[in-house]
Design a protein around this ligand. Sequence first.
Ligand code: SAM
Length: 329
Amino acid sequence: MNSVFKEHQQLFHFQSDQNFDFECMEVALCFQNCDWKIEHLQDLKVDLNATKSLLNDKNLDEWGKHTTFTDISSFIINEMKRRLKRQPELLTRAWLKFYEILSEFPALTVADNEFRAVYLCEAPGAFVTATNHFLKSRDSSVKFVWTANTLNPYHEESDVFDAAIVEDRFIRHQNAYEHWYFGDDNTGNILHKSFLNALRCKVGNECDLVTADGGINCVNSPDKQELLMYPLITAEIFIALNCLKVGGCLVVKFFTLFEPQTISLVFLLFNVFRELFAFKPLTSKQGNSENPHLVHKLSNLYNEIIDSQFSFYKLRTTISGKTKGDNFI
Ligand SMILES: C[S@@+](CC[C@H](N)C(=O)[O-])C[C@H]1O[C@@H](n2cnc3c(N)ncnc32)[C@H](O)[C@@H]1O
């Protein structure tokens, strides 16, 4: 990728100092009642929402055309379709984003003979097909073992969510169907309490990679997107921590990072992963709030965190505002 494009990627790198006893105590402090805010982030949120609200009277279709026209990466899909001899399944913007992430972070796909990956909230499935393409174009001898989850488009409960993806070609595909997992209640809803254990029974806890690309429709309350997404991202993270092997990686999509709840989640990741990167791919539309995909390498300390029995269903977050919390922010 040339330097013009590089300038449009956003990448931040954090490294945990691995002082576990101290960290663990502080992480525990994260999950108390949330009675704090970071004022300058709240100010930024107000500014951002005010700017976004300037679009309220714009026609959405026209605005979409405008952002596509001004987006530096929008030509890439057509270029890929033209250049690739073998067309990948589901060559979408999500496919490009994930291919870009895999290319930027080769550690994500390091594996000996078998590469075990779990994709949470994954329909229509482009992260899976991007990984497959990436692995096959590098070392075809690695066996790609994958499981994907999403809201079950064929379950009646999914109708009440405004989140189920209707594009089901890759779910129904004869070579793919058996890889999709909808939990023991068949809804696919990762917010259901039984999902975590059911998935862990299916895939074990030795996965190399977990991705979490959940999204729900926040068109009617864009100013609340971060808080609306919080339960889903929390569930994704706790499920990932239960399935990853020591040294495994997580790619999780965040949106904005203004609220104490979300900041506390990032703080938790900062404590259980050796390295943490906040990365906005160039191929993610620059104008959307889909912000950092945080990419991590799991530290070998994470089992102790899991053993300390955080329950995400009871999760209430706050950073204490002292010591480590202050440094982190
Ligand atoms: C942005 S799409 C994922 C795109 C996908 N990574 C790809 O590359 O094609 C977001 C997904 O989150 C799923 N989702 C939303 N809420 C969910 C929930 N509670 N449980 C499981 N999946 C959920 C939606 O059904 C949708 O498939």
